[in-house]
Design a protein around this ligand. Structure first.
Ligand code: M6R
Length: 614
């Protein structure tokens, strides 16, 4: 999605802005641009379709001097990706430049009113409407830029994070936020601005998160000021963020996705650190312990999430229902928020989101809070909107996930759900000591198990070469491995652009079996569990129809090995955690197929890392 970077201070702004834009590239975008107030007093705006490297080439030989600037990567919503629609957008007089993340829903109405007042527009974007609205209010009311921004934003319906600079004021950036992330980095005598703290973490570890309905007034050599749309002063709450640059780099891997797949043994160590006592096997998630009564009395748990996080929640449903005996529902956040759901005050709504910024999940959180439910967040990004909007929660602590395809966040989410289930089940007395300890032990050993799993890398790479011809794939699994199948299919389709569907293995006979032929491979998760024999029979049914099978199996499995065309062996651990184990070869399969097909693995077409618009 769109990205924002801003700088004001003693340095030349352009290198800081471009570096920040590069760090935001992983989020997905189609054009980029910068605006600077030059020492000559000019407001210079440069933008173009394409990558940040295209912008860098475009800047060659241009006047890029200036110690104040804003920069943007655009992911098209209103208007095709081209040079004109790229941000920054200038007001008609070319005195104000604005960058915008989000969507102004009532932009047509506002645009019509501005056209009636003589304004003309260069682009098809909603963002240009906003910058002209600000200018119109400023000139017609003869007010300050801040007042004009406050009044304009009161007329806006939608989501935004904006940053504005002005030709006549080289000493101030104004930034505002509503339902779209925005953070101010505090340096020594300088300020940084971003929609993602990771893009400016090499300059500062101190951040002020701008809240919904707030405007940050960032002035050279002055303390940061944050006010509301009604001009009430907000408290400045500086947060420290410990992130290292190496976490944001590929570390010798060709792609972030591969790095993140191979990081999983270590990210699981970080995820369980301090949460499981290796001697007593006691599992403690403080977010749960601190709200013990809520979890004890919960009538129901409702997960809200999107994409991969939704798949993790489906596994969470298995874990919680089977060991805590609490009814669980798993909802697409985008559906939940619009269908007037029944939410009881003694429900617990758990929002799952890697980025913590997904617009639909955030809206579902707000809905649940309004309905009086206790809202718990499972997110990765510290200080993210969902982490701040929920009553309590827990971080998965897997470090920044840069590849658009979620990998280590998925396994971290499932690991946290397992720890949550064990914590709650012990408090509720719904789990035997033996089973509790078996799962806790498997969690402690999970990093080593995953190291073992990852040894299949070279084998999966060769397998991938065989399947680059395929136009369709089907993924099958049962029980907690049905979500694993969904996740495997999502990974493949999003980065290789091969059509892939996940199904519960038994559902296959109710329609998808018609698709089976020797051109459509079927990937089956057939590790030993209480439905193993049934899955093995489904494999026979596919074989009988000429289908080609890739099966994820246990090392000692002879039955499925005989029927499958290709097998990938994985170690077997306690059944409820097998989705974590089985998902790694599926991540690798998707990765290598995409690489062989020459796809842009880390930034697949049309996709964004964090979906901050609905
Ligand atoms: O940041 P979130 O977990 O809320 O993101 C949800 C989905 O957008 C995300 O999981 C998406 O499906 C990924 N590209 C999957 O790999």
């Amino acid at each position: 999605m769109c990205g924002i970077v801003g700088y004001i201070g003693p340095r030349e702004a352009t290198p800081v802005l471009l570096k920040g834009l590069h760090r935001l590239e992983y989020r997905g975008y189609d054009s980029a641009g910068v605006a600077l107030v030059a020492p000559t007093g000019e407001l210079n705006v440069y933008k173009c379709k394409g990558k940040v490297s295209d912008l860098e080439r475009f800047l060659d030989g241009k006047d890029t001097a200036g110690t104040i600037g804003i920069a943007h990567t655009r992911w098209a919503t209103h208007g095709v990706p081209n040079d004109v629609n790229a941000h920054p957008h200038c007001s008609e007089s070319n005195r104000i430049a604005l960058i915008h993340n989000g969507i102004i829903e009532n932009f047509r109405l506002l645009k019509d009113a501005l056209v009636e007042n003589g304004y003309t527009f260069r682009s098809s974007t909603d963002s240009e409407v906003l910058v002209n609205l600000i200018e119109y209010i400023r000139t017609s009311n003869d007010c300050s830029l801040l007042e004009a921004v406050q009044q304009a934003l009161k007329q806006v319906v939608g989501a935004y994070a904006i940053a504005i600079i002005e030709k006549d004021n080289p000493d101030r950036i104004i930034a505002a936020r509503q339902s779209s992330p925005m953070v101010v980095g505090i340096g020594k005598g300088e300020y940084f601005l971003s929609s993602d703290a990771a893009s400016i973490v090499e300059y500062t570890k101190e951040f002020v998160y701008v809240n919904d309905g707030e405007i940050a007034v960032i002035e050279r050599d002055k303390p940061l000021k944050v006010v509301t749309l009604d001009n009430h002063k907000s408290r400045i709450d500086i947060k420290k963020l410990e992130l290292s640059i190496s976490q944001l780099e590929k570390g010798g891997y060709p792609h972030f996705m591969l790095k993140e797949i191979y990081e999983q043994p270590d990210t699981i160590v970080d995820c369980i650190r301090g949460r499981i006592n290796e001697e007593t096997l006691e599992v403690k998630l403080s977010g749960v312990i601190d709200n013990r009564e809520k979890f004890l009395k919960a009538r129901r748990i409702i997960f809200v999430a999107c994409g991969t996080s939704w798949h993790a929640a489906l596994i969470g449903e298995h874990l919680i229902e089977s060991i805590c005996r609490i009814p669980v529902e798993v909802e697409y956040a985008s559906e939940f928020r619009y269908r007037n759901p029944i939410i009881y005050p003694d429900d617990i709504v758990i929002a799952v989101s890697q980025s913590g910024e997904t617009a639909d999940t955030l809206a579902a959180v707000e809905l649940a809070r309004k309905a009086g439910a206790f809202v718990f967040g499972i997110s990765n990004v510290v200080g993210s909107s969902i982490a701040r909007a929920t009553d309590s929660g827990t971080y998965i602590h897997v470090g920044p996930e840069i590849g658009v395809a979620s990998t280590k966040a998925f396994t971290g989410q499932v690991t946290v759900m397992a720890m949550l289930a064990l914590t709650v089940a012990r408090e509720r007395g719904t789990i035997s000591k033996e089973y509790h300890d078996e799962v806790a032990r498997a969690l402690i050993q999970l990093p080593d198990t995953l190291r073992e799993v990852l040894k299949v890398g070279p084998q999966v790479e060769s397998l991938a070469k065989i399947f680059t011809y395929a136009h369709h794939f089907i993924y099958l699994g049962r029980g907690e491995n049905y979500p694993t199948a969904l996740e495997g299919a999502l990974k493949l389709k999003e980065i290789s652009y091969i059509h892939a569907e996940g199904y519960p293995a038994a559902e296959m006979k109710h329609g998808p079996i018609a698709l089976i032929d020797d051109e459509m491979p079927t990937v089956v998760i057939a590790t030993p569990d209480h439905t193993y024999e049934k899955t093995a029979s489904n494999i026979e049914e596919i074989k009988a129809r000429g289908g080609r099978i890739v099966a994820v199996i246990a090392a000692d499995d002879e039955l499925v090995r005989r029927s499958a065309d290709y097998t990938i062996e994985v170690p077997v651990i306690t059944e409820c955690l097998m989705p974590i184990v089985a998902s790694l070869p599926l991540q690798l399969l998707a990765y290598y197929i995409a690489v062989y097909k020459g796809r842009n693995v880390d930034q697949p077409r049309n996709l964004a890392k964090s979906v901050t618009v609905e």
